[in-house]
Design a protein around this ligand. Structure first.
Ligand code: ADP
Length: 208
């Protein structure tokens, strides 16, 4: 019985969500209707200028999306990653895409949820998205596809992480810096994650 939520618990959760969502006050704009996408599936199939990898500090490969990207890109990707001397949490580094249909891979290192305090990890996750977008613009890349960084093996709750991802992307696209980007794609794997993005996207990218 303890596993079954009571109405009291349900109302508490809904009220929290309503308060949280009412704080999001981005201007409605049609600017992003063609610029932002949600895609469910394997990020390694996307023929875009850059896919972002949810990497670890070694940049030498791992499980999850990192493993899938290295497997699809071929061994030359690991050879280039070896020359990069790792990457700090919250930062990102770019490589070529090799056998991937994507031209480049931006390797971003998200926070491990259990390892730091709430403010710190939100800042690090925000920094992953922001740095990846900056790197894309600096390299004249027009489209970037993101997996849901840190929400797999690294344990960041999907709702919290999605707020950070969407908020950071909206702020970046609103800035002068973001003007040259033609498309930002959020890639989800599971139905649950897709539902979370579908629920939250209208708050960060409301149409006029
Ligand atoms: P992290 O270590 O940063 O948590 P993971 O790779 O474990 O990274 O998970 C990040 C997200 O990527 C998860 O939502 C996971 O379901 C998703 N994912 C795993 N494989 C793929 C793939 N091939 N394409 C897109 N997303 C993927």
């Amino acid at each position: 019985l303890s596993k079954i939520p009571t109405l009291r618990e349900l109302y508490k959760a809904t009220a929290l969500k309503a308060i949280e969502l009412s704080k999001i006050r981005y201007q409605p704009k049609d600017d992003y209707l063609e610029k932002v996408s949600l895609y469910q599936g394997d990020i390694t199939n996307l023929e875009v200028d850059a896919i972002v990898n949810a990497a670890n500090t070694s940049l030498l490969g791992g499980g999850g999306v990192d493993g899938a990207i290295h497997a699809a890109a071929g061994p030359q990707l690991l050879d280039e990653c070896r020359t990069l001397d790792g990457c700090e949490t919250g930062s990102a580094k770019i490589t070529k895409g090799y056998d991937l249909p994507a031209k480049h891979v931006v390797h971003a290192v998200g926070p491990i949820y259990s390892q730091c305090n709430a403010d710190e990890k939100a800042k690090q996750l925000e920094s992953c998205y922001k740095t990846s977008l900056q790197i894309a613009v600096q390299n004249s890349l027009k489209h970037v596809a993101f997996p849901s960084i840190s929400t797999g093996i690294y344990g960041y709750p999907i709702e919290d992480a999605t707020h950070v991802a969407l908020d950071t992307a909206r702020q970046f696209l609103d800035s002068d810096y973001g003007e040259t980007l033609e498309r930002v794609v959020f890639v989800v794997w599971s139905d649950k994650d897709k539902g979370v993005y579908e629920d939250l996207i209208p708050f960060y990218f409301p149409p006029a």
